[in-house]
Design a protein around this ligand. Structure first.
Ligand SMILES: *[C@@H]1O[C@H](CO)[C@@H](O)[C@H](O)[C@H]1NC(C)=O
Ligand SMILES: *[C@@H]1O[C@H](CO)[C@@H](O)[C@H](O)[C@H]1NC(C)=O
Length: 539
């Protein structure tokens, strides 16, 4: 408590001293994959838990060399020249019957330039913020974790039934990355953290660590931009708030949020990042008005980010996108509050890598996330499977490689053909753990929601924060991204601000839903309610 007040004071002071024009915001980053890949921590392997990944299309099970990273066919950020990858543990929803579904949402990334000497990241720089395997809120690695409910107070905790008995509609899993580098320009370190350090701000006469601070300590003198990555998640009628413990759980089993962490690999085209810092950096920040920043505007394209697809293989296992899964992938039993040690498991299977054969699409968040589903054999099959996430029929499956700008690099075909086509010379772990459909099982996921026609999809954009009844709005740190969110109401012409999409039900969310405008030419059959689709299939 004392510490946060103390940091709040220093943050307010730095904000007053420097003004707000110190950052740009990249909005609407699309999810490339939700899978167990982590090229920093588990190179050439399957990672311990599921990550949600955005950015360069050639994200892989090993780190790309800097030039390969830049050669990615596309980026799922709206800035084509940002071929970086950003990833974090996926947030899961635990159903009352102890099955799990990934929660959907958007991602936004802030770049703060809080002094005039900010330098661009060196090629290949990679780092982790936060702790994945142990709980230690006082550890320096945990300083950047900023989680909030409905864009309220930022803490190191997932909202839970005690802290938020009235519920949350949106959960923002935010994290600052350290932004001070070693004098020798080191791009990594064995713990993936110590080549970096937190910047500092003045608290009175004293400099203290501040994730969004202004100056660097002598040990790590080079100031890079401060990245704040915000992985946003939205509950809905099929995934309503409950006050039970572990309704929300990170993919590593953590029910508290204390183990939130995120990874970054720099893939910015060097000249673009350099120009953006000098033209739209300290004192010249443009917020989310990226068209006002020539170096960013140059390759800005929302359609291209929506069309960007993962290029490679994914672990051959279900992550919950088309039906709830009975356990979190990997060895990740629920890790409850008050349990200091991460619980272990008797045994875990490790999937091999395969090319995806289908994608999960959610119209609300525009995600087209590759999946490997052995059950899907032909075109009749693919319409039979109703994804378990995405409210009221707004989700569907499609054949992988059948859409997308980089489809030449994707694989379409029968399951066996896809397996047979694994590129020679690559070194994935052995293929195993292939899902085989049990005999005679009816695979249809039961519908839970109502017809989508009951939703008002034309509600105008509305981002005004309505404080909860009966609670004093908590103090919010000045100079924190929360302020920017309020400023950045998307104009009516913006097709959809995925990060801001809200549930309609006042029970889940106190704020109004933003407009949902399906992309032009989108096959709207996927808007059919699951109920009517099921009727047509069973009837
Ligand atoms: C568990 O609940 C979810 C959500 O209601 C449902 O989709 C799923 O079929 C249920 N699973 C089992 C095994 O009952
Ligand atoms: C709920 O969150 C609060 C912090 O907001 C934390 O102190 C408490 O331990 C959490 N409870 C559980 C059961 O996780």
């Amino acid at each position: 408590m004392i510490l946060s007040t103390f940091l709040a004071t220093s943050a307010i002071m730095s904000s007053l001293a420097l003004g707000a024009a110190d950052h740009w915001i990249v909005t609407q980053l699309q999810t490339l994959t939700i899978s167990r890949m982590d090229p920093i921590v588990n190179p050439n392997d399957v990672s311990g838990h599921v990550h949600r990944v955005v950015g360069a299309s050639n994200f892989n099970w090993h780190l790309n060399d800097p030039q390969t990273q830049l050669d990615a066919a596309c980026s799922s950020t709206i800035i084509g020249d940002d071929k970086s990858n950003y990833w974090a543990p996926q947030l899961y929803y635990r159903h009352p019957n102890n099955t799990f579904t990934p929660v959907l949402g958007g991602v936004r990334v802030y770049y703060f330039n809080k002094n005039k000497d900010v330098k661009p990241f060196p090629p290949g720089l990679n780092m982790i913020s936060g702790l994945a395997m142990k709980r230690d809120l006082k550890a320096t690695q945990s300083l950047g974790v900023k989680i909030s409910c409905d864009h309220g107070l930022q803490t190191q905790w997932l909202p839970n039934g005690t802290s938020h008995p009235g519920g949350c509609g949106s959960i923002s899993m935010g994290i600052y990355f350290p932004s001070c580098g070693l004098a020798n320009g080191a791009t990594s370190s064995s713990d993936h953290f110590s080549h970096m350090a937190w910047p500092q701000s003045y608290n009175g006469p004293n400099l203290v660590d501040d994730p969004n601070g202004i100056v660097c300590p002598a040990s790590h003198p080079i100031k890079y931009p401060t990245i704040f990555a915000e992985f946003n998640y939205y509950l809905d009628a099929d995934h309503p708030w409950r006050n039970d413990e572990c309704t929300l759980v990170l993919s590593n089993g953590d029910c508290t949020g204390n183990n939130f962490h995120a990874d970054f690999v720099n893939g910015w085209v060097p000249q673009t990042l350099k120009d953006a810092i000098s033209q739209c950096g300290y004192g010249k920040g443009v917020g989310d008005k990226l068209d006002a920043c020539a170096p960013l505007k140059k390759t800005k394209s929302e359609p291209k980010s929506w069309e960007c697809r993962l290029d490679g293989k994914i672990p051959d296992e279900e992550v919950g996108l088309w039906r709830p899964i009975s356990k979190l992938p990997g060895c990740n039993p629920l890790w409850k509050s008050g349990v200091s040690q991460k619980p272990d498991c008797a045994s875990t299977s490790k999937p091999g890598y395969v090319f995806p054969n289908a994608y999960f699409e959610n119209l609300k968040f525009r995600n087209k996330i590759p999946v490997a589903l052995g059950e899907l054999k032909d075109d009749a099959d693919i319409t039979k499977f109703f994804p378990s996430v995405g409210d009221n029929g707004a989700g569907r499956l499609g054949w992988w490689g059948s859409e997308g700008s980089n489809k030449d690099q994707l694989t379409k075909g029968t399951w066996q053909a896809i397996i047979n086509s694994l590129a020679p010379g690559t070194n994935p772990p052995a293929i195993g753990n292939m899902y085989t459909k049990p005999d005679g099982g009816e695979e249809t996921v039961e519908p839970q929601g109502q017809d989508s026609s009951s939703e008002d999809e034309s509600t105008p954009t509305e981002t005004h924060e309505v404080p909860k009844e009966g609670s004093t709005p908590p103090p919010v740190l000045a100079a924190q991204p929360i302020d920017d969110d309020a400023e950045t109401t998307s104009p009516a012409s913006t097709p959809v601000e995925a990060e801001g999409a809200e549930s309609t039900s006042a029970k889940y969310c106190k704020r109004k839903k933003r407009g949902l405008i399906p992309r032009a030419g989108e096959v709207l059959s996927s808007h059919l309610s699951r109920r009517s689709r099921r009727r047509s299939i069973h009837g």
